[in-house]
Write a protein that binds this ligand. Structure first.
Ligand SMILES: [Zn+2]
Length: 282
């Protein structure tokens, strides 16, 4: 079953969250959530938001709201966006006791690629009952795949600057990780997609674009030949998987592009690559 995403903007209303260095957490979590929503829409990943305005959601309402869209199945990712405070620096991802670390690890890796250091991705247990999650949203959204992303510390000046100047890059990093995790082809540029029109078939699209049905199915992870109007497809395989010994320079040379172009298209803030990392080639 295709995965759905519930995007939760932390805090809201009279609960501002942390406030430091000119950053009000509830406002940034909403900005980040709105950005992620737009981008998941671009990629054709079904999603909803727990709040779209400056609304207070109490500890009962928030988990209920999160499960009101797609239910309580494990095919629903609940992504709760937060900023941290308390004298540290870097991002954190907290995932629930019922889940493994696959998605959290991908998010951590993409945040690092976007220039933010990641302290850790981890699980946290309730002191009074170690069988339960520490955070209520994780505890009270079974059996969803619920996780909290803390993008950085508002009381750390480097993090505060990164959040203020590059929050869209950090949000995009999470979008990329989710796309990879749910098996939807990722591109930062919406103009790379072919949008299915009325009357299209895989066969007609393949024929008109000089490719094959098999290739389109492979690139887009399609299990059947059924298409829906508005569905977004990538028609060329522009993903390169980093192998041992690769550098941005060697990959750029191979694909007739530049290191700067690769970095911009893939939202990379450093030259470091990880084996297995997927890069979009344009
Ligand atoms: Zn928070």
């Amino acid at each position: 079953m295709a995965k759905k995403v519930v995007i939760d903007a932390g805090h809201g209303g009279k609960d501002s969250g942390t406030v430091n260095n000119g950053i009000v957490e509830k406002d940034y979590t909403l900005k980040i959530s709105n950005y992620i929503k737009k981008r998941l829409d671009d990629l054709g990943i079904q999603n909803s938001m727990t709040r779209t305005t400056d609304e207070l959601l109490d500890q009962t309402t928030r988990p209920k709201r999160a499960q009101s869209f797609y239910g309580s199945g494990s095919d629903v990712i609940v992504l709760s966006n937060h900023l941290n405070a308390g004298g540290g620096d870097g991002a954190e991802v907290i995932y629930s006791l019922r889940n493994n670390d696959t998605l959290s690890k991908k998010i951590a890796k993409e945040l690092e690629n976007a220039g933010q250091n990641v302290r850790k991705y981890y699980q946290k247990r309730l002191p009074s009952n170690s069988a339960k999650d520490y955070y209520y949203l994780l505890r009270n959204t079974p059996n969803n795949e619920t996780l909290i992303v803390e993008y950085g510390f508002t009381d750390n000046s480097n993090d505060a600057n990164l959040i203020k100047n590059s929050w869209e890059n950090l949000a995009e990093a999470v979008v990329k990780a989710i796309a990879d995790y749910v098996g939807v082809p990722y591109s930062k540029d919406i103009s790379n997609y072919y949008i299915v029109k009325k009357g299209d078939t895989l066969w007609s699209i393949a024929k008109n674009n000089g490719t094959t049905v098999e290739k389109i199915k492979e690139i887009n992870n399609l299990k059947s030949n059924l298409l829906s109007i508005g569905q977004k497809l990538l028609l060329t395989n522009n993903t390169y998987t980093v192998k041992k010994g690769d550098t941005l320079y060697s990959i750029a040379k191979k694909y007739n592009t530049t290191v700067n172009n690769l970095k911009s298209v893939n939202n990379l803030k450093s030259d470091l690559l990880n084996i297995g990392q997927k890069l979009t080639i344009k």
